[in-house]
Design a protein around this ligand. Structure first.
Ligand SMILES: [Zn+2]
Length: 279
């Protein structure tokens, strides 16, 4: 088994990320596999080296160690463009003239890549030039493969990386579940086998929406500054996942037996379940 931690270094790690990464760690360690760390810094406008350093530091602080850091996406653009050329030759790509802003949003936020695309441009047969956005001709998502400004789309980079790095298992947030069919299709189109994918619960804030950068109080940096230890946070995550009856300090390795014995929770975790952390 080969799994991966694949953060986007465009902000700080928060409690929801910590939960997903703990489960990814448990999945790989329970099977005696290898865990890769890959910085998904494909968006040059948003990615910052300081965030990448913060992710490494926070993962180490949590005790979620990885076996190898593979090259960051920003260093592999030529490989992604070669894959794009292959898809183009297979007739699987169409030019899209929808608003530039939509394209930017699609490349920036991983969870926004997968929304249904109305297919407006798919039937138009616009010529493929260097200055148009390109999409995968696979409904309903029509993944963005390249932005109008030439930047590679996140979905293409992820699939090519998983292929080249031999990733066999992916564990990620429930919000990405709807993209699975498109990703499997993209893997097949590029001659590889899609990793086995599992989806894990999101963490919600007091507003009922999933945690994001606006919930700065839940970043590991903020929680650490307030005096919480990594063992405390692990305890809260473990209790929310049903691995402990009550939140009590623990280390990731303490949870391996419970992870093996129990199915992974599917429902989102509400802020009320970890109220002391919000105080
Ligand atoms: Zn379009």
């Amino acid at each position: 088994m080969i799994g991966r931690f694949a953060p986007s270094p465009s902000g700080f790690m928060h409690l929801g990320h910590a939960s997903t990464y703990l489960l990814a760690w448990l999945q790989v360690r329970a099977a005696g596999g290898r865990l890769l760390l890959r910085m998904e810094d494909i968006d040059p406008q948003r990615s910052r080296a300081l965030y990448a350093d913060a992710w490494r530091e926070d993962l180490e602080w949590l005790g979620l160690h990885w076996d190898q850091e593979v090259p960051a996406q920003s260093s592999r653009v030529s490989v992604y463009l070669e894959a794009l050329r292959q898809l183009q030759e297979a007739g699987l790509v169409f030019a899209c003239h929808c608003l530039r802003k939509d394209m930017n949003d699609a490349v920036r936020a991983p969870h926004k890549n997968w929304g249904n695309y109305p297919g407006t441009c798919a039937l138009m047969g616009f010529p493929i030039t260097d200055s148009v956005a390109l999409r995968l001709n696979f409904a309903p998502n029509a993944l963005v493969l390249r932005r109008a400004d030439g930047a590679c789309g996140y979905p293409l980079a992820v699939v090519v990386d998983d292929r080249d790095q031999g990733v066999s298992h992916v564990l990620r947030g429930q919000d990405l579940a709807e993209s699975e069919a498109s990703q499997v299709f993209l893997h097949q189109a590029l001659g590889s086998i899609a990793p086995q994918c599992s989806h894990v619960p999101l963490w919600h804030g007091p507003d009922g929406r999933r945690l994001s950068k606006r919930d700065g109080a839940m970043s590991l940096r903020s929680l650490r500054e307030k005096g919480w230890t990594s063992e405390d946070l692990m305890g809260y995550i473990a209790a929310a996942m049903g691995y402990l009856a009550h939140p009590e300090g623990c280390r990731p390795g303490d949870l391996l037996n419970a992870f093996r014995a129990l199915p992974v929770r599917k429902e989102p975790v509400s802020h009320a379940e970890v109220l002391p952390l919000w105080a």
